[in-house]
Ligand binder design. Structure first.
Ligand SMILES: CC(=O)N[C@H]1[C@@H](OP(=O)(O)OP(=O)(O)OC[C@H]2O[C@@H](n3ccc(=O)[nH]c3=O)[C@H](O)[C@@H]2O)O[C@H](CO)[C@@H](O)[C@@H]1O[C@H](C)C(=O)N[C@@H](C)C(=O)N[C@H](CCC(=O)O)C(=O)O
Ligand SMILES: Nc1ncnc2c1ncn2[C@@H]1O[C@H](COP(=O)(O)OP(=O)(O)OP(=O)(O)O)[C@@H](O)[C@H]1O
Ligand SMILES: N[C@H](CCC[C@H](N)C(=O)O)C(=O)O
Ligand SMILES: [Mg+2]
Length: 495
């Protein structure tokens, strides 16, 4: 690509220097710049990418995208927003991959990863080669790469989608976080189906109010295209959870066809007669393309919602309901989501990724439906994240458990004990008896204590980290896997 081509795409941009400058790649991190790259200077939350332009030039950048002219002897494209320019230029540079792929995006506070796994499985079983991008990893054609964040930056995203196109992938299902929507990471990505799972409190450190958080999610539906294609394969669909009050707002702001799913309210894809056991969940589903009964190996009413969202997305792809049923029934579960740890102990140990008040309440309510003995919950809250959710999660843990072990999650740069105190305040506020809970900063010790306490028939829930195989303390990322630690604790007890 030539710099003139980039300038042509951004009508109000100004070029300083040679417009014939060749660009062989793009980069937003000076440390990763390669010779011939266009370096885009992002004004960040912590530092300003413009301050790293000189380093980028040293590493071989041939031109810059900037929001203000820099005193550097190199061609510069001056734009009003480098983030917007990044989205436009990445899409172009990687040949508009989302127009080739059939894109399915999922937003919502909880259930994105789970729903994306269900859709990926149904689609691949139906021989539609489908890739996946989300919290745990990105994968296609049987190869997986771990992901540092749920939704990649626009440049990285378009690069990954391009890779998928090259590898003959036909469809991509991906999680779209509210941070991503707010920061424009998915700008320009052409989704066919946009799914909404649910909204409840999280990330108020970033979005500040629930209204702003909902508005960020709303961007997904508002941007879903405004043109009605004659070819049904090109039409856009908003798939909304009708049991969540925010669905009404998303319906208003989208021009796309809306398809609803739900349990408690009428919906186009509706579940009823839900029966939950410790082994799975059975429900009747009535859809615009037939009715059937499905038995998931996954437990919980919340997983019925995830299944309904997946069924709706698959029906849009014209996959027959009977095939969808067969795929869903074969899925054993999703990594770190209500995952049982079996070390031969006479009680259940469940590792789950619930890290929001709503997620924790859902998983604990589900466990209450089948637990025979006591429920012992081990959980914490991440540092450098929404602080206001901490006391609420403490109260929920106490409400639905017989004993609560408050511990560290990923303290990051916060003092671990302070996070535990924030959680404990919620229990103190409700005057929960002090013999019903305790705080142990060391997560391993907390898990060991829970396993020691458990009697036959009890359930130990270890929540918050799910699939994570690390713990972030300060600037360090240390190996830590709840499932392995729990197994070691069980082994220690029964050796
Ligand atoms: C709050 C937030 O989203 N921050 C993201 C943002 O960081 P930032 O604006 O602070 O960036 P910065 O560190 O100030 O750097 C600015 C620019 O200077 C560049 N730089 C910086 C240093 C250097 O030596 N050279 C250099 O060029 C950086 O590459 C960047 O382009 O842009 C960075 C670059 O893309 C992201 O890595 C970073 O995500 C951070 C790590 C993060 O923790 N994000 C979380 C909150 C997040 O995005 N979570 C969501 C939702 C999670 C969920 O619920 O599932 C997600 O999608 O993962
Ligand atoms: N539909 C749902 N409604 C409410 N809670 C759910 C739902 N699905 C899953 N959960 C709970 O939330 C946890 C996280 O689920 P999942 O990883 O699928 O969500 P996510 O939206 O991808 O989360 P993240 O924002 O971290 O990417 C699960 O471990 C479970 O406890
Ligand atoms: N994607 C979420 C995951 C939180 C998981 C929890 N273990 C934590 O670290 O807070 C976030 O980054 O806020
Ligand atoms: Mg996720």
């Amino acid at each position: 690509m030539l710099l003139s081509e980039a300038a042509h795409l951004l009508i109000t941009s100004q070029v300083l220097g040679d417009v014939q400058t060749k660009i062989s790649g793009m980069e937003i991190d000076s440390r990763k710049v390669k010779s011939g790259d266009l370096f885009i200077c992002l004004p960040g939350f912590t530092v300003d990418g413009h301050d790293y332009a000189a380093q980028a030039i040293q590493k071989g950048a041939t031109a810059l995208v900037v929001e203000r002219q820099l005193e550097l002897d190199i061609p510069q494209l001056i734009v009003s927003s480098c983030r917007h320019a990044m989205a436009v230029l990445s899409d172009h540079f990687f040949e508009y991959p989302s127009r080739t792929l059939n894109m399915i995006g999922i937003t919502g506070t909880n259930g994105k990863t789970t729903t994306s796994y269900l859709i990926e499985r149904i689609m691949n079983d139906a021989h539609i080669n489908t890739g996946l991008i989300g919290t745990i990893e990105m994968r296609y054609n049987g190869t997986a790469t771990p992901m540092p964040r749920t939704t990649p930056e626009a440049l990285e995203l378009q690069r990954l989608l391009h890779e998928m196109v090259q590898a003959d992938v036909k469809s991509c299902v991906m999680e779209v976080s509210s941070h991503a929507l707010e920061q424009g990471r998915v700008k320009g990505t052409d989704y066919r189906t946009a799914i909404f799972t649910n909204i409840s409190q999280d990330h108020l450190d970033y979005h500040e109010t629930m209204e702003e958080y909902i508005a960020a999610k709303g961007l997904f539906f508002a941007r879903l295209g405004n043109r009605y294609e004659i070819d049904p394969a090109k039409r856009k669909y908003a798939v909304l959870n009708n049991d969540d009050p925010a669905a009404e707002y998303f319906r208003k702001i989208t021009a796309a066809d809306v398809i609803t799913y739900g349990v408690d309210h009428p919906a186009d894809v509706h579940a009823s007669q839900i029966r939950i056991t410790s082994q799975g969940t059975t429900f009747q589903v009535d859809t615009f393309k037939g009715n059937t009964e499905i038995t998931l190996q996954m437990v919980g009413k919340f997983n019925v919602y995830n299944a309904l969202a997946a069924i709706t997305a698959a029906l849009i792809e014209n996959i027959p309901l009977e095939h969808i049923k067969s795929s869903l029934e074969q899925i054993a579960g999703v990594d770190g989501r209500v995952e049982s740890v079996d070390g031969g102990q006479p009680f259940a140990v469940i590792v789950d990724y619930a890290h929001t008040p709503d997620g924790l309440e859902n998983v604990l309510r589900t466990i209450n439906e089948f637990a025979e003995g006591n429920i012992i919950t081990v959980f914490g809250c991440g540092g450098d994240r929404d602080r206001s959710k901490r006391p609420l999660m403490g109260q929920i843990a106490a409400k639905y458990s017989d004993y609560v072990l408050i511990t560290s999650d990923n303290p990051r740069t916060e003092e671990p004990a302070t996070i535990l105190e924030d959680i404990q305040k919620g229990l103190e506020e409700q005057q929960i008896a002090t013999d019903k809970y305790e705080s142990i900063v060391d997560r391993r010790q907390a898990i060991e204590k829970a396993v020691e306490m458990a009697k036959p028939g009890d359930v130990v829930l270890i929540a918050g980290k799910g699939h994570e195989t690390y713990q972030i303390i300060g600037q360090q990322t240390l190996d830590f896997d709840d499932r392995l630690v729990a197994k070691e604790a069980i082994r220690g007890l029964y050796k």
